[in-house]
Design a binder for this molecule. Structure first.
Ligand code: EPU
Length: 338
């Protein structure tokens, strides 16, 4: 039996810990139940909720909130070097990464400890420490909400970019991802250690010949030192994307800000860490009652408990305005504002 609940608090369903209500809420744990629920005509508008790790809820939700709870991990095929692993959408991302590491399957170790679920990871092409989801992604299955047809999206069709995919653009809100297929290494792991923080963490631990498990541990240590655990302090990871600007604009900025960091993107473009811009604008560690900017990472906005989504949204707007005024750079929110 599928039970639609009314006036359900979403506090425990979003990592920001914002206490708004869903007028209608239903949790589904099978594809059949999901197909049934998306067809419910009494609720024309639906909102899919996975791990709730990339959203800021600013008001009570009038749509039918569907909480995806589809569980299961399976090995679909393997050859000498690779294994194809399918994970259902409701699997917790980090638990899935740990499962892969326990089997010694490589490719996801740099993505350890990212909050959220498997099914929402492709939407924003999650990424950290030099690796993105797209690097091991093969395909995903999704249900078209209107027609209830199942469709497979290949990597090419997903059109992945930096924290971006077709699911944030052309087909936004039209599909529910039910499972994701990954291609992982069995023996010849390709370790990605270019990221400075990983190199220094491994060095600090005296590890010269790291395994994928060592990399995962290093990533966990780094993340725990910079990023607040949503279980302790509500947050949604990076609130903004790192902006890409022209090299000529960057050179102009360097005149006033000699130590402004950057990463090359193309011949004429660089990426600037939004965390640096926000810190330089004076917001790092700023607290406004029960919400503010994290003290170790200015890109992360936090709810100390009981904050309103609207207050955090207003803070994000103030940050955007200040960064624009100081640096003439627009920073875009990474999280979905709902
Ligand atoms: N920085 C500051 N002050 C800060 C934060 C950062 O000056 O308060 C500067 C420093 O120069 C630092 C640089 O920014 O060297 C980069 O910082 P960090 O390594 O923490 O990475 P990030 O660019 O702030 C991105 C991702 C994170 C991901 C890390 C590691 C985005 C929007 N964020 O953050 O992803 O974990 O790199 O790869 O691209 C997320 O998306 O939710 C997320 C946490």
């Amino acid at each position: 039996m599928i039970e639609v609940q009314q006036n359900k608090s979403l506090k425990n369903y979003n990592t920001f810990g914002i206490d708004v209500k869903a007028e209608y809420f239903v949790a589904v744990s099978t594809v059949e139940a999901l197909e049934h629920v998306v067809a419910l005509n009494d609720y024309p508008e639906k909102l899919l909720l996975g791990g709730g790790s990339n959203m800021l809820l600013t008001k009570n939700q009038k749509k039918l909130v569907i909480h995806l709870n589809l569980k299961g991990i399976s090995i679909e095929k393997e050859d000498e070097d690779f294994v194809w692993v399918k994970a259902n959408a409701g699997e917790n991302w980090h638990a899935f990464v740990l499962w892969c590491l326990a089997q010694n399957f490589g490719g996801l170790e740099n993505l350890s400890l990212i909050p959220g679920n498997v099914g929402t990871a492709p939407i924003q092409n999650i990424g950290a420490y030099g690796v993105e989801l797209k690097d091991t992604f093969v395909s995903c299955n999704a249900i078209h909400i209107k027609t209830r047809k199942t469709q497979t999206f290949t990597k090419a069709q997903c059109n992945f970019g930096y924290r971006n995919s077709i699911f944030k653009n052309e087909v936004k809100g039209q599909y529910v991802i039910t499972s994701v297929l990954f291609k992982l290494t069995k023996y010849k792991h390709q370790l990605k250690m270019d990221y400075g923080a990983i190199t220094s963490e491994l060095k600090a631990q005296n590890i010269t010949n790291p395994t994928i498990q060592d990399i995962s541990k290093a990533v966990i240590t780094i993340r725990e030192s910079k990023l607040p655990n949503p279980k302790d302090i509500g947050n949604s990871g990076s609130f903004f994307k790192n902006p890409v600007i022209s090299k000529s604009k960057f050179k102009t900025l360097q005149k006033n800000f000699k130590n402004i960091p950057s990463y090359p993107i193309s011949e004429d473009k660089v990426k600037v860490p939004a965390g640096w811009l926000i810190e330089t604008a004076g917001f790092k560690g700023k607290r406004f009652g029960n919400y503010g900017v994290h003290k170790h990472q200015a890109l992360v906005l936090v709810n100390y408990g009981g904050a309103k989504g609207g207050d955090i949204l207003n803070l994000s707007k103030l940050i955007q305005k200040t960064v624009l005024r100081l640096f003439d750079i627009s920073i875009e929110a990474e999280v979905n504002i709902l």
